[in-house]
Design a protein around this ligand. Structure first.
Ligand code: DAH
Length: 342
């Protein structure tokens, strides 16, 4: 029995050293230390030995069991460490590589333009006055001299809601009424930036949602000269100090007189090119002196007060400034377009 144990021990140690993977190691464990392993069976068979042989054989078998168990664990640890090192070497992390820059977002070009406009007017003492996108018919139209069923309504195709008299504002001009009612009886200068909506075919030139920036000045002795000076200063800061402006008579129900403002084409400087459709001029906004009836609707006595107003589209401003060819690019979420304005 003792020789048999001796032989088993030597064989087990030899085989253990040859086990080169965790699978082979497990096979070894089953062969020697498992429930039907050689050492386990030897331990169990001790009871069948003659009584005088039992103590020595028992001691020897227990010692061997212990030695092999320890050897097995040491071998397992070594194999696990080797596997880990192999894995680390294969998936090596090269700490010298430069890091990856996280992608930074940019402000939307409409937002940037809105801010630029607001900044220029802030320098001239204009506050930003917030006004709602959901309006009532009264404020969006009637108080601006656009009665129900009047042909002037054709200028604004409208999204109505299911609630009678409630609509998505078609322009920022209703904010004029709200601003006047807010500031009355003080003189004031505000811009009203925000989104507008029109029930129109979406094309290269028109979107159903877009921004406008309305401007309104109300006070005593406000003249068309003030309007011209203000807009000239704006246009030169926005489009370059050498810009020439042209005030073209026009019609809006809420201003009298009304005008549209053109700048000399920023591409051809008035010579004529595809950008200005060979006219030499680019339209940038509508404006005028606040109609006496509109002043009155805002609470101001038109015999004592006067004012001017203007309205422009920042998308249009950006289109002109950057030569953008399609207004639909603004709201189609194509990052290749948007990221250019970083
Ligand atoms: N509300 C006009 C539009 O959407 C733009 C406009 C024109 C605004 C003249 C004004 C103005 O304040 O005086 O077409």
């Amino acid at each position: 029995m003792l020789e048999e144990l001796e032989r088993l021990g030597v064989q087990a140690q030899e085989e253990l050293e040859k086990a080169s993977s965790l699978d082979e190691l497990e096979a070894w464990r089953q062969k020697y230390l498992g429930r039907r392993g050689a050492i386990t069976l030897a331990l169990r068979s001790i009871g069948q030995l003659p009584p005088e042989e039992r103590p020595a054989a028992g001691q020897r078998a227990n010692a061997l069991n212990q030695t092999l168990t320890q050897a097995f664990e040491a071998r397992r640890e070594a194999l696990q460490r080797a596997a880990l090192e192999r894995d680390l070497a294969q998936n090596a992390l090269d700490v010298r590589l430069p890091g990856r820059k996280p992608a930074l977002g940019v402000l939307h070009i409409s937002t940037q333009t809105l801010r630029e406009i607001a900044f220029i007017f802030a320098q001239m003492g204009f506050h930003v006055f917030p006004t709602p996108e959901v309006e009532d018919d009264l404020t969006n139209f009637q108080l601006l001299n656009i009665p129900p069923h009047h042909p002037a309504r054709d200028m604004w195709s409208t999204f109505y809601t299911t609630r009678p008299g409630v609509l998505l504002r078609t322009h920022t001009s209703p904010g004029q009424i709200r601003a006047m009612r807010h500031f009355y009886p003080e003189p004031f200068r505000v811009i009203l930036p925000g989104k507008c909506y029109r029930y129109e075919q979406v094309t290269v030139r028109s979107e159903q949602m877009f921004h406008q920036v309305e401007g309104l000045v109300v006070g005593k002795n406000i003249t068309m000269g003030d309007l011209k000076g203000t807009l000239e200063n704006f246009a030169r800061q926005m489009f370059g100090p050498e810009r020439r402006l042209r005030f073209r008579p026009s019609y809006f129900p809420f201003t009298e007189p009304s005008a549209e403002v053109d700048i000399d084409c920023i591409l051809c400087h008035g010579k004529g090119c595809p950008m200005c459709k060979y006219s030499g001029w680019l339209e940038i906004l509508g404006c005028g002196m606040v109609h006496p009836q509109v002043l009155q609707n805002g609470g101001y006595d038109p015999d004592l007060y006067s004012g001017f107003a203007f309205g422009m589209g920042p998308e249009r401003i950006a289109i002109l400034k950057y030569g953008i060819e399609d207004i639909r690019l603004f709201f189609s979420n194509d990052v290749r377009f948007l990221a250019q304005f970083a």
